[in-house]
Design a binder for this molecule. Structure first.
Ligand SMILES: [Zn+2]
Ligand SMILES: [Zn+2]
Length: 352
């Protein structure tokens, strides 16, 4: 098999050629048909998250080991199964749930692998899909998807789709009655607009500093798209939302976007924080109770949520976001473009 690996953080990825691994126990080996390039891969490749105040969260101190094959949005075709793998056979095409936990702790038993303290996330702590082949520890993490969908359309559901869906679910039924403010119209923001529609939401008001991304948001069906750099962005946002914002999702996670999200909320409003751009904010504590504000982080989603999402998306043959396929060799170039903020929609590698 061929893998495209991060050997040193921030340096160009390199190809490695190894023998195909043989699945043991419950393992399943897939040929990778599609591997989405996610914005979080940029952070993994760089090796850190900005914490603000000059501090950084180093991923290698958090258990990320190099060399690493990134890629956590994968669709593959089964090529070999371990002796104890059940419910799966060679030739099956499946979407891979990558947010795999230890499998034995209380959190994993509750079905929230993505919050496990000993994660085995594919493409983060274990090798992912920037390769011709991918090993998955158990068939339960392999989901069938709509037959009319191409692999490159299904793959982004595993992170971008699931992250948007997981964030929207935290807002509950209010999404049907009030618009959702979406800050950041990158791959995640666009995916969120599309999924909100499938969930029969009232609609999205989008904030982005890039006119190209605002146009993409309007094309995706947003109610409005506001320039995040406009001096009166807060006033525009409140006006569009009918006086104040009930619910916002920050897909950027920078100081200025978190501040905008918090300042826009009405009493009793909710800000869901998803983006990992980085930084820090100060917040007068009395505002939290006085404005009955809810600030909640959201990190991907559970296996059950991914299976709900796959059902919600159904058998549509159109991609949820503009999707462009590229060969495995282009992975580094795409990471560089993401760093420059140049990517609209989703880029997906097609290694096999
Ligand atoms: Zn991701
Ligand atoms: Zn666990």
């Amino acid at each position: 098999m061929r893998s495209f690996q991060v050997c040193r953080c921030g340096e160009p990825m390199q190809f490695a050629e190894t023998a195909n691994p043989k699945p043991t126990g419950s393992e399943v080996l897939l040929k990778v048909l599609a591997a989405g390039v996610c914005h979080s891969d940029l952070h993994i490749w760089e090796g850190y998250y900005e914490l603000g105040g000059g501090k950084r969260l180093q991923l290698q101190e958090r258990g990320v080991k190099l060399p690493l094959t990134m890629g956590h949005e994968n669709v593959g075709e089964v090529v070999a199964v371990g002796p104890r793998a059940r419910g799966i056979k060679v030739g099956d095409k499946r979407l891979v749930y990558p947010w795999i936990g230890c499998g034995i702790c209380a959190v994993c038993k509750r079905g929230e692998d993505q919050l496990c303290q000993s994660p085995r996330f594919l493409g983060v702590y274990r090798d992912g899909g920037y390769a011709t082949h991918l090993m998955v520890p158990h068939a339960k993490y392999l989901l069938p998807y709509g037959k009319a969908m191409k692999p490159e359309q299904a793959a982004p559901l595993a992170c971008s789709g699931l992250t948007a869906y997981g964030a929207l679910k935290k807002l509950g039924d209010l999404i049907k009655r009030e618009p959702v403010v979406i800050i950041g119209a990158g791959g995640l923001g666009l995916m969120c607009i599309a999924i909100l529609k499938l969930m029969r939401g009232k609609g999205a008001i989008v904030v982005d500093i890039d006119p190209v991304k605002r146009a993409a948001a309007m094309k995706a069906g947003a109610l409005a798209a506001i320039d995040g750099k406009a001096p009166d962005v807060l006033a525009q946002l409140k006006q569009m939302a009918g006086g104040g914002v009930w619910q916002a999702i920050d897909f950027v996670g920078a100081e200025v976007t978190a501040r905008l999200g918090i300042d826009s909320l009405v009493k009793g409003g909710t800000l869901i924080m998803v983006g990992l751009f980085g930084g820090e904010i100060t917040l007068p504590l009395p505002y939290i109770p006085m404005r009955a504000m809810r600030l909640q982080g959201s990190y991907t989603g559970s296996l059950k949520e991914l299976s709900e999402l796959v059902k919600l998306v159904g058998n549509r043959s159109l991609p949820l976001v503009p999707t462009q396929t590229q060969p495995l060799e282009d992975a580094q170039a795409i990471i560089d473009e993401l760093k420059a903020g140049k990517v609209v929609g989703r880029r997906v590698l097609t290694p096999a």
